[in-house]
Design a protein around this ligand. Structure first.
Ligand SMILES: Cc1ncc(COP(=O)(O)O)c(C=O)c1O
Length: 393
């Protein structure tokens, strides 16, 4: 039994699958979090693109508390006002799409894959995904994930999945066929190190799906809800998916995801085809409604675009030669020529800024969209300082 001490004095009886930083975060407010020693950090991780409206936003706290005081759970055997309102709201943001609410990103992907299989039937069951993609850790989502290191220990994978190089329309075309039920893509690959495909890639994928009669499933779990400077990242390319998965920022940190599908595709599901005990519960739905209202009323989609553009320019101008800055809105990656990301994240943490080492070479920045100009400027100063030191070492 492993009982390592990640936090001083507290043995850790959890399964050892995470390399945790040795701090205990006890509170958060806006774009900062505070640890048990009273030290405050500027949070450029935001729970991995989750706390988009910031930590402890008063309107989210109020929505959760109000709903929790009235009703926490009834199951999907009954309708609740909050979840119906949320589905209506999402249908306004993504016209003609129906929602299936779940508890995580991986579960939203499972729903999308099951829907594609049911829609395609036995003769149309293949799924084409991208190398490097990350879609989650459950078996369907893991089969779609294009990272052998995450799959191999759990082989054999679910059959019927193939992977093509991301961003290469010719490779995608070569993998298509009449037996393809769906192509699944992240508009920007997040876990792979913030990889932005060429501008015409999603459009080409859309055309191929149309000509082969396959569904285009877009995994907007990380990129959606304003993160890239549009409500959904596919809007940068003017592409409309058949199925879209959201999670992460949706309920401000309460576990919630949603699989949205065009109504004629969603009609492939019959009564009893899919289900969940907790999905779409009233508390997380109330939180999600508050999140969508905040994103709209505080202009966070536009803010993500403007602040993200400014930060990217500053980093490009000030980071040492060799560092490549890429991304859209407030989803940014800094790629280093050497595997220094862990060390970078460690030194940044010591200097009071949290960043994520998405890969050994790439630092990922996904701050709250509400981050203030002063906070982001202070954080950029630290990143540049740390970048100089890491590059010189
Ligand atoms: C693009 C993408 N898809 C799916 C997932 C899986 O989401 P979850 O961890 O909520 O299951 C993630 C999580 O990082 C993700 O970034």
């Amino acid at each position: 039994m492993s009982t390592t001490e990640v936090i001083a004095g507290t043995p850790d009886y959890t399964m050892q699958t995470y390399k945790r930083w040795p701090i205990e975060i006890v509170s958060g407010r806006g774009s900062t979090v505070t640890d048990s020693d009273g030290r405050t950090y500027i949070d450029l991780v935001a729970g991995i693109a989750v706390a988009s409206v910031g930590h402890a936003h008063p309107k989210v706290t109020e929505a959760i508390a109000d709903q929790a005081a009235r009703l926490v759970h009834v199951s999907n055997l009954y309708g609740t006002h909050a979840h119906l309102l949320l589905a209506e709201r999402l249908a306004c943001l993504s016209p003609d799409m129906l929602s299936f609410f779940v508890n995580s990103g991986a579960e939203a992907i499972e729903c999308a894959l099951k829907l594609a299989r049911k829609w395609g039937g036995p003769d149309k069951s293949r799924v084409v995904a991208a190398a490097g993609a990350f879609h989650g850790r459950t078996f369907g989502a893991l089969a779609a994930t294009g990272q052998p290191a995450k799959q191999t220990p759990f082989a054999p994978m679910l059959p019927g999945f193939s992977h093509v190089p991301f961003g290469d329309p010719d490779a995608l075309e070569a993998a298509m066929g009449a037996d393809v039920a769906a192509v699944i893509l992240e508009p920007i690959q997040g876990e792979a190190g913030v990889i932005v495909p060429p501008h015409d890639y999603l459009g080409a994928a859309r055309e191929m799906c149309d000509s082969w009669g396959a569904l285009l499933i877009l995994d907007e779990i990380q990129t959606g809800l304003g993160r890239t400077g549009r409500w959904f990242a596919h809007q940068h390319d003017g592409v409309i998916p058949d199925v879209m998965c959201l999670a992460k920022a949706l309920a401000a940190g309460l576990p919630m995801g949603v699989c949205l599908a065009r109504s004629e595709i969603a009609a492939a599901f019959s009564l009893g085809d899919h289900g969940t005990t907790f999905g779409g519960g009233p508390v997380q739905s109330a939180a999600a409604l508050a999140v969508l209202n905040i994103i709209e009323s505080e202009g966070l989609v536009e803010r993500s675009r403007l602040v993200g553009g400014r930060v990217a320019s500053q980093l490009r101008a000030k980071l040492p030669a060799g560092a490549i800055v890429r991304g859209r809105g407030l989803m940014l990656g800094i790629e280093w020529p050497h595997p220094v990301a862990r060390e970078f994240a460690c030194v940044a943490l010591e200097r009071g800024v949290l960043v994520n080492d998405a890969t050994p070479n790439v630092i990922r920045l996904t701050p709250p969209l509400v981050i203030s100009d002063d906070e982001i400027d202070a954080a950029v100063e630290v990143l540049v300082e740390v970048g100089d030191e890491v590059a010189a070492a």
